[in-house]
Ligand binder design. Sequence first.
Ligand SMILES: Cc1cc2nc3c(=O)[nH]c(=O)nc-3n(C[C@H](O)[C@H](O)[C@H](O)COP(=O)(O)O)c2cc1C
Length: 176
Amino acid sequence: MPIAEELLKNILKVPNTETHLVISRGSERVLQSECHSGTEILTRYAHKTYDAKDMSAAPASGAWQNAGMIICPCSMSSLASIASGAGMNLIHRSADVTLKERRPLIIAPRETPLNLIHLRNMQLVTEAGATIMPFAPAFYNNTTSFKDMMQYFSGRMLDQLHIEHNLCLRWGDDIH
Ligand SMILES: Cc1cc2nc3c(=O)[nH]c(=O)nc-3n(C[C@H](O)[C@H](O)[C@H](O)COP(=O)(O)O)c2cc1C
């Protein structure tokens, strides 16, 4: 959840970019445990927020244009729903739409270790076009804090959406 907060905060720094946020009921509970806060800790950085139960919201339709979708963090429950195409809430439906429209779908899974069901679901969504992107800090870029790691990871996720940003030092730039 702190990574979701950092990601939203960092996207705000990117010019000409709007963030549309969908919050699940499950994530509200996890937010309480991990950020000791309600959803306002995330919604304050988003241009628009939707309830995951609202299946008539804009992201439920392929006609709504966007650069792609990041699910951060993605529970194994949501991963399973997306892999099965069940579309039980707005997050799963939007992921399904993102795949059918051939737009980038970035899934930051939140689980360790992984069982065979998790791995098979990751394989299924990858075959359908998604990118599985677990949080994996780089240590070659003089990272000294967890905040640096989260900012770097945010930048790498935006790379996947082909959004230009200035969030991370890159291998080959100033680092060697
Ligand atoms: C504090 C806390 C931590 C959790 N951590 C995980 C986790 O790391 N991975 C996971 O798949 N589910 C985890 N869960 C369970 C999910 O929140 C639960 O399956 C939820 O129904 C997922 O719904 P969602 O995907 O719609 O957010 C956690 C729950 C709580 C309360």
